[in-house]
Design a protein around this ligand. Structure first.
Ligand SMILES: [Zn+2]
Length: 240
């Protein structure tokens, strides 16, 4: 269901019993809504009902209570969060890898075929693995970015890797490139595209036709990768 245009504001929050569990139900009001709208609230693992002016909160609650099966079904379709823990599976370059905790292993994280062996105390595993993934992302991305930049006679002033939710990469006016470590989870040709995209900004700090021509010259995967990110990009935020 589509979100109505116009200003939305939260006016109430309730807990809603959807059978197997209780989930948060946010009640919002929208000055331009013409009827009540019930949606899934993926960020809060609950639902949100939007009321037009003058409709009572009770009517919104009644509508949500009448749709608990629909809410439960939609929530169960949402991709589940995958925490970093022994036995969990995460993709690396698009290939599933199992996290194996081995307290007696050599210090750090080691790749063994399709396993990621993490040493140390169990309570340190999430932090240890996420540090390793960020470092590994930098080890993968930095040389590739320098290589791509050299192809167009440029040199990035810096290359950093962070955990950004809104974008996969960015290029500053001073030529600093920044990337999300989560690109390490995506197929390598998707990572290659994002690196090419940001490197192309060293030449054109816009999204003009000339810019896209440079991207196209740096990677063969522009269209496929853009489509992949559209379809699967948000799924990369499930991990950790
Ligand atoms: Zn861009």
């Amino acid at each position: 269901m589509k979100k109505p245009l116009g200003r939305d504001s939260d006016i109430d929050c309730h807990m809603l019993d959807i059978g197997p569990r209780t989930v948060p139900l946010r009640v919002r009001r929208n000055s331009r809504a013409r009827r009540m709208i019930l949606r899934i609230d993926a960020d809060n693992d609950g639902a949100v009902v939007t009321l037009p002016p003058r409709v009572k909160i009770e009517e919104g609650l009644a509508m949500a209570r009448g749709q608990t099966d629909w809410i439960a079904e939609k929530l169960s379709d949402l991709p589940r969060r995958v925490m970093f823990a022994n036995g969990a599976v995460i993709p690396l370059a698009g290939v599933p890898h199992r996290i194996c905790h081995d307290p007696n292993a050599r210090r750090g994280v080691r790749r063994e075929n399709d396993d990621l062996v993490v040493s140390g105390r169990p309570e340190h595993l999430p932090r240890r693995l996420s540090d390793w993934l960020k470092a590994e992302a930098k080890r993968t991305i930095a040389p590739l970015a320098r290589e791509k930049a050299a192809m167009i006679g440029k040199k990035p002033s810096s290359i950093t890797v962070r955990d950004t939710r809104s974008r996969w990469g960015s290029c500053s006016a001073t030529g600093g490139l920044s990337f999300s470590w989560r690109l390490l989870l995506a197929p390598d040709w998707v990572l290659e595209y994002v690196v090419s995209h940001e490197v192309a900004h060293l030449q054109h700090l816009n999204h003009s036709d000339a810019f896209w021509q440079v991207v196209d010259g740096l990677t063969e995967h522009m269209d496929d990768a853009r489509q992949w990110l559209n379809e699967h990009g948000t799924g990369l935020h499930r991990y950790g």
